[in-house]
Unconditional design. Structure first.
Length: 347
């Protein structure tokens, strides 16, 4: 039984609650200790102390991360907490992904490894790369939406830049960086990401130049990389086996709702199976691609309305509808009311 499953059995954690690697939580824990937000390594959050996090292959519920962020948000560092913690390179809290990328050949390979195995770090975080004319755009997503916190996104993106600089030994600067959230003080962001940073955008993303992608990793070691990559693949495959197909399809849909290419073919390709196989396996779990698409849209509509997004065109775009009228019709079928009236119900 894994460490996470042991905790689940003792503390009644739902077996399908998404999990996060102990290493990722350890880095956050250490950052809070360094800032004086936590009293020290023996401080407890939800009954967990630093010593409980030292097995880097252990897993804990994502709700523990939420609780740590909430503790941090009560501190004087609340608004910059994610940037501060993400900018550190904490060699005492390296998980399997960090250990493998230390021995990669180039920065491009680092990005590929990180995106492919992102779930090993956190099942609520997704990293994907999109080819651009000037380089590669790295998109960071946290789903389900209730797990997305501005500090969590700030930490992941700052860590991506800081780790790239550490691995290459070069003062790299993104071509452009975009954030979905807005801030009143942009200076701390510009110090990390450069002047080409903007807020209130459609996605959280970093654009890396083609020439930077070819930079060598200074600690590259093909043999050590191969040994560690084998173990990383085992962990990644183990997570896949513990996740129902329905859960995986929901995750993929949630991450790609705004992608015009989203379809059952798209999802099947992400899962390395044919569309026919996807439909057959979903039927065995008593669901369909279309029912899951509607369910994800319904859940996200509820979340966005509860968090102040109320414009019809914005909601329609966020949920991947071709036009606001299609969203309005779907919403009435889900809740038997309009988005405006639903917002006022406090549902």
């Amino acid at each position: 039984m894994s460490h996470y499953l042991a905790i689940a059995a003792v503390r009644g954690i739902r077996s399908r609650e998404p999990t996060v690697s102990a290493a990722s939580i350890l880095d956050l824990f250490d950052g809070l200790v360094e800032l004086g937000v936590l009293a020290g390594p023996d401080a407890e959050v939800d009954g967990i102390r630093r010593a409980d996090l030292e097995n880097i292959e252990a897993r804990f519920p994502a709700s523990l991360v939420q609780k740590l962020w909430r503790v941090g948000e009560q501190s004087p560092y609340a608004r910059q907490l994610g940037l501060i913690i993400g900018s550190r390179v904490n060699l005492r809290a390296m998980g399997m992904i960090s250990n493998v990328t230390r021995f990669a050949d180039t920065l491009s390979e680092v990005i590929v490894i990180s995106a492919r195995h992102a779930a090993v770090m956190s099942e609520v975080e997704n990293i994907r790369s999109v080819a651009q004319a000037s380089g590669v755009k790295i998109v960071y997503e946290i789903t389900p939406p209730e797990y997305r916190l501005d500090n969590a996104i700030d930490r992941s993106m700052a860590a991506g830049v800081s780790w790239a600089r550490h691995l290459t030994g070069r003062p790299l600067m993104p071509l452009a960086t975009t954030f979905r959230h807005t801030v009143t003080d942009q200076a701390p962001y510009r110090a990390i990401f450069g002047d080409a940073v903007s807020f209130g955008q459609a996605e959280d993303a970093i654009l890396v130049a083609h020439e930077d992608l070819t930079l060598p990793v200074i600690s590259s070691n093909p043999y050590v990389k191969a040994v560690l990559a084998s173990r990383l693949a085992e962990q990644s495959n183990g997570l896949m086996r513990r996740t129902t197909l329905e859960g995986e399809v929901r995750r993929i849909i949630g991450n790609a709702l705004q992608d015009p290419l989203l379809s059952s073919d798209y999802v099947a390709n992400q899962l390395n199976m044919s569309r026919q196989t996807l439909h057959r396996k979903l039927r065995k779990e008593s669901c369909t691609y279309q029912s899951l698409l509607l369910a994800v849209r319904k859940e996200k509509a509820h979340h966005y309305l509860k968090n102040g997004v109320s414009k019809m065109d914005e909601l329609s775009a966020l949920l991947g509808f071709s036009e606001p009228s299609a969203f309005f019709k779907a919403f009435r079928s889900w809740y038997d009311t309009t988005p405006g009236k639903f917002e006022g119900r406090g549902s």
